[in-house]
Design a binder for this molecule. Structure first.
Ligand SMILES: O=C(O)c1cccc(C(=O)CC[C@H]2O[C@@H](n3cnc4c(=O)[nH]cnc43)[C@H](O)[C@@H]2O)c1
Length: 234
């Protein structure tokens, strides 16, 4: 079965397909453009959790997939995920989905509905981390990229196992969950989470790291057997 990889923007999509070497075959399903190369169908689904969820759900309705991967560049939390390194999701969390109260942020689950975490198959996370050298940990999905030291500290206080943040993983995971398909997130770190300094972002280096990561990840994804999928142990 093919693996659906969802990125935010076309340059991230192209960094993923470049890993396979062959020129991808392009399939258009209404507004969505799927780039197929080897076992991967790669879709630039848009930035943010809503666009990611909508495009992932659309692709999953059009074709059966064995796995969905949210991939791209991301912000890394210091010191565990420096610029140029990789992060892979033990969990995928919606860090800013909830309500602000006089006593602080309350996640949707604290309001009595929704969910804030998705958990990828632990055996797949281990295999991906071993193959690529990615740091395993929580990857946070935010609708607003963090840009201050205060927000960074608050996120780390609430999520001490966070390694990276990005803007799509939770949306991709919500759609995958609805379709009954397992999910994984992998991020190549382009910048450190903290006070915004766009000039310090190393997008080119991160895209190169993303290509190299998928070069190592493709055999893992191809070889991810039913036996592996049944392994739910940590
Ligand atoms: O400007 C460019 O050339 C360019 C090339 C590739 C990607 C981009 C993006 O801005 C991608 C946006 C995408 O990146 C994720 N991201 C990266 N760093 C962070 C962060 O610190 N906090 C949250 N998200 C981050 C995110 O998933 C965006 O959708 C630009």
């Amino acid at each position: 079965m093919h693996v659906l990889v969802v990125t935010a923007v076309p340059v991230e999509r192209d960094a993923v397909t470049r890993a396979y070497g062959d020129e991808p075959a392009v399939h258009r399903i209404r507004g969505a453009e799927i780039h197929r190369t080897g076992p991967l169908d790669v879709l630039a689904g848009g930035a943010g959790p809503a666009a990611a969820a909508a495009s992932t759900a659309f692709a999953l309705a059009a074709h059966p997939y064995g796995l969905v991967v949210s991939a791209g560049i991301g912000g890394g939390f210091a010191p565990v995920a420096p610029v140029g390194s990789l992060a892979v999701s033990r969990r995928i969390g919606a860090a800013d989905l909830g309500a602000e109260t006089p006593d602080g942020f309350v996640p949707v689950t604290g309001l009595g509905f929704g969910r804030t975490w998705h958990t990828p198959p632990p055996a797949l996370v281990r295999a991906a981390a071993e193959a690529t050298g990615a740091t395993p940990g929580d990857i946070l999905t935010v609708s607003t990229a963090t840009g201050t030291a205060e927000t960074t500290a608050a996120l780390l206080a609430a999520h001490p196992h966070a390694v990276a943040e990005a803007m799509e993983g939770f949306g991709v995971a919500e759609a995958a969950e609805l379709a009954g398909v397992p999910v994984l997130e992998i991020r190549a770190v382009s910048n450190t989470v903290g006070p915004r300094d766009r000039d310090a972002w190393r997008i080119g280096d991160a895209l190169t790291a993303l290509t190299e990561a998928f070069g190592k990840l493709i055999p893992v994804l191809e070889g991810w057997t039913r036996h592996d999928r049944d392994d739910t142990a940590d």
